[in-house]
Design a protein around this ligand. Structure first.
Ligand SMILES: Cc1cc2nc3c(=O)[nH]c(=O)nc-3n(C[C@H](O)[C@H](O)[C@H](O)COP(=O)(O)O)c2cc1C
Length: 176
């Protein structure tokens, strides 16, 4: 299956995750580049679309879309990509490195709520959603430490243990 990884990342964790996925699947990868890349404005709904992609979305069997969650939203650059390209998307998997834990996924700012939005937008074309909460790479007694959470980013040094195991399982499924 021919896959293309597309990602948006502000602080680097979702870029790291996207790069790992592309490497594991040996597929191509490209960043989504908002015309105006100002997170605060995008969070308030001010978004002027994305720059043109160099890859042709319609020539891939599956898009793997990777990006953060902000204030419980399916963020503007990702949503805008889906809306513009929906006719050409055959299958899409949404992946996020986010702040919300698996336990809190169904709370107001949890990733479970965003997964519902992605599924609503894409219907049957959405074939999977996967979260890798940043808490997975934080010390067990610090997982509720919001300040530390904001300072923690995925990298080769901390991508170990549970997150690496979950990642291997995730890519194994994508390969089958
Ligand atoms: C302003 C702001 C709001 C956020 N809101 C949420 C949220 O509602 N739910 C969540 O799970 N994570 C939230 N996060 C955490 C990000 O999703 C997380 O830090 C993510 O890993 C950042 O990705 P990046 O490094 O690729 O930019 C928020 C982060 C920021 C900076």
């Amino acid at each position: 299956m021919k896959s293309l990884v597309l990602y948006y990342s502000q602080k680097g964790s979702n870029r790291y995750l996207a790069e790992r996925i592309a490497k594991a699947l040996q597929c191509e990868i490209e960043p989504i580049r908002p015309r105006m890349d100002v997170p605060l404005l995008m969070m308030m709904g001010v978004h002027f679309g994305n720059k043109k992609l160099s890859h042709e979305v319609g020539s891939y069997d599956r898009i793997i879309l990777c990006g953060p969650i902000w204030t419980g939203q399916f963020i503007a650059p990702l949503r805008s990509f889906v809306k513009r390209n929906i006719a050409n998307i055959k299958q899409l998997v949404f992946v996020t490195c986010c702040g919300s834990s698996y336990e809190k996924k169904d709370e107001k700012f949890g990733h479970g709520m965003v997964f519902k939005k992605v599924q609503e937008l894409l219907g049957d074309k959405c074939v999977g959603c996967q979260a890798f909460p940043i808490g997975l790479v934080m010390p067990a007694d610090q997982k509720e430490n919001g300040e530390l959470m904001m300072k923690t980013h995925l990298n080769d040094g901390n991508f170990k243990g549970e997150i690496a195991e979950r990642f291997e399982e995730f890519v194994r499924k994508l390969r089958t």
